[in-house]
Design a binder for this molecule. Sequence first.
Ligand code: TMP
Length: 201
Amino acid sequence: MRGKFITLEGMDGAGKSTHIPDIIKLLELKGVEVISTREPGGTVLGEKLRTLLLNEAMHPETETLLMFAARREHISQIIEPALARGAWVLSDRFTDATYAYQCGGRGVLANKVIDLEAWVQGDLQPHLTLLFDVPVEVSVARLASARTPDKFERESADFFTKIRNAYLDRANKNPNRFCIINSNQALDDVKVEVKNVISTL
Ligand code: TMP
């Protein structure tokens, strides 16, 4: 049986990556093989593109095209083979991030991303997307106390407001796929919410 594809999304500083080890454990308890991966990245070429994307200034459409170039490799080398053999794939970000960051944040036209999505993904869509949501002030404060910020993490609160709104808009338009996790509460409470969502799979 084909595996399930689960993605994690949210603004920088929303805390999604903290939950990856727990989610892997919860999924493994179901007796399935779990592949944990990320975007941009997940392959040797994808990680090289990630370094460029997170460090170099570039035109928003160049950024969009490179995200999809990395995604094409990721799908053909990692995601599709894993799903085909019945493994479950957990990806720290996928195409919703392009709609949020490149369309919402940078103003790239959604129609262009819709075309790239159809070209690169065909019918592939996540089975479930956990959107870790926090108010912008919380994410900005978390980032200020974190490691050296990358190109995206150095953006303004105004940029992050656009990202958050774009994510929430996508979640509202795809209620069957998205689960919004309130990440602005004590870590243990966020863990309970995550566990409840994973238990529905
Ligand atoms: P990370 O900090 O969650 O590892 O993600 C790396 C950055 O890449 C993050 O700031 C969001 C950004 N990004 C995009 O702008 N578009 C995309 O399509 C993806 C996958 C990530």
